[in-house]
Design a binder for this molecule. Structure first.
Ligand code: FAD
Length: 395
């Protein structure tokens, strides 16, 4: 696709490459390359480095402190960030709630929350899923009862990514059971430091603490924290889900991972006589995934320019997910036994636990396990297929 970039976009790409090579904190790139888990302070450092250039609010218009980029520029930025091995922007604030506030928030809400997102002094979490409501999100039951100028909310949210770092959480809550289930949902921003909010960690199978259950016990939330109208939360939530699904593309990362994979495979002699790249089965799998990533890249650009309908975005989410998972499987094919060491990756010195086993194997199995979750979050692949099926049957 780079063939299609205009001369301005190519100049922009060169500027980004220079920035990531010379200005972006090297300490973070080193940490990521070494397979170390990033802390909240690391993410703040990364986001503030981007914001020094005014780039953090990458999908925001200039009027709200964003760079006002075209879709192609946004794509080039994300690709270059991943190509350089920099930290991905945590999406909950910048990509999810930011645009909702810009489109549907009051001027007061925008002033209160947007600047602190851009200066990384406040982190956000997403409170959609509940213990009994995941795929069937509209069945959610966390209640918000009106009490004068406030709502009093009670219930639980689950799988809340990075809830332990969050100062705010945007929640879908039930304000009515009278109408059909989507119509009784309201969109509320809740201060995570309010009395009655409690974060319960969930440790994933790779040992990482990213997920949480968040319980709300009679938490008082001012009505001024409601986005838009009461009962219209489902509409705002769906606008947000559209950008959430495209944000999983990570084409730059996929290409960088494939490049590295080829490099490792060239040195790896599966049968002791030839490089893995000469193994016809492996070479065919590699060629097939490279072609798929190219096709996905074209679709992402079409999605960013608004050309794709919601069902096509669902198809794209499935494609992105499957490509990411296949790439992690190919790493296991190449690295074999080295992937069976499971050091505690929460220990910054984890490589010391491995003895002679190459550290890259442990990181490959960590990635393999992590990527399994991509076909679940943001709506499972089965649910995306339902959306496609319904669209096809409407004609
Ligand atoms: C790593 C990770 C991070 C997450 N982060 C967040 C977050 O920050 N905030 C948040 O709100 N949520 C988050 N989630 C939750 C995620 O959105 C839900 O897990 C997802 O929507 C699925 O819901 P569920 O887990 O309740 O599974 P269920 O809905 O119980 O589904 C279980 C299985 O049944 C299948 N299934 C269910 N219904 C149907 C159907 N109608 N047709 C066909 N198959 C069906 C599903 O595909 C799945 O395989 C995260 C999840 C993960 C794994």
């Amino acid at each position: 696709m780079e063939l299609g970039l205009s001369s301005e976009d190519l100049a922009f790409q060169r500027e980004l490459r220079r920035f990531f090579e010379t200005e972006y904190p090297a300490v973070l790139k080193d940490k990521i390359r070494a397979g170390q888990r990033l802390t909240k302070a690391d993410h703040i450092l990364s986001q503030q480095a981007l914001q020094c250039r005014g780039w953090l609010g990458m999908v925001w218009p200039k009027a709200h402190g964003g760079p006002g980029w075209t879709e192609v520029q946004r794509y080039v930025f994300e690709s270059e960030l991943e190509r350089a091995g920099a930290a991905n922007i945590i999406p909950m604030a910048v990509i999810y709630i930011g645009p909702v506030l810009i489109n549907f928030g009051t001027a007061e809400q925008q002033q209160r929350w947007l600047p602190n997102i851009l200066n990384s002094t406040e982190f956000w979490a997403q409170g959609y899923s509940e213990p009994e409501s995941g795929s069937d999100l509209a069945s959610l039951s966390m209640t918000a009862i009106s009490d004068g100028d406030d709502y009093i909310i009670s219930g639980s949210k689950i799988w809340t990514s990075l809830g332990q770092w969050a100062d705010w959480i945007f929640c879908l809550v039930r304000t009515s059971r009278e109408e059909h289930k989507q119509a009784g949902i309201t969109f509320l921003c809740v201060d995570m430091h309010s009395p009655g909010v409690c974060v319960h960690p969930i440790i994933a199978m790779n040992g990482a603490h990213e997920l949480n259950r968040v319980s709300f016990d009679n938490v008082r939330v001012p009505k001024t924290n409601r986005i838009g109208d009461e009962g219209r939360g489902w509409y705002y939530a769906n606008v947000l889900l559209g950008s959430e699904r495209i944000s999983y593309a990570h084409i730059g990362k996929k290409k960088a991972d494939l490049k590295r994979l080829k490099h490792i495979a060239a040195e790896c002699r599966g049968d002791q006589t030839a490089s893995m790249l000469d193994d016809p089965l492996f070479a065919s799998k590699l060629a097939s995934i490279e072609i798929r990533v190219d096709i996905v890249e074209v679709s992402v650009l079409r999605a960013l320019s608004g050309e794709l309908k919601p069902a096509a975005i669902s198809a794209l989410k499935i494609q992105c997910t499957e490509c990411a998972q296949v790439i992690t499987e190919l790493y296991l094919d190449v690295l074999g036994r080295a992937c069976t060491a499971f050091p505690d990756l929460n220990d910054p010195q984890w490589a010391n636990q491995l003895g002679s086993t190459p550290a890259i194997g442990a990181k490959a199995s960590d990635n393999y396990f992590f990527e399994r979750s991509q076909s679940i979050y943001g709506g499972t692949n089965e649910i995306q297929k339902n959306i496609i099926w319904k669209a096809l049957n409407k004609g």
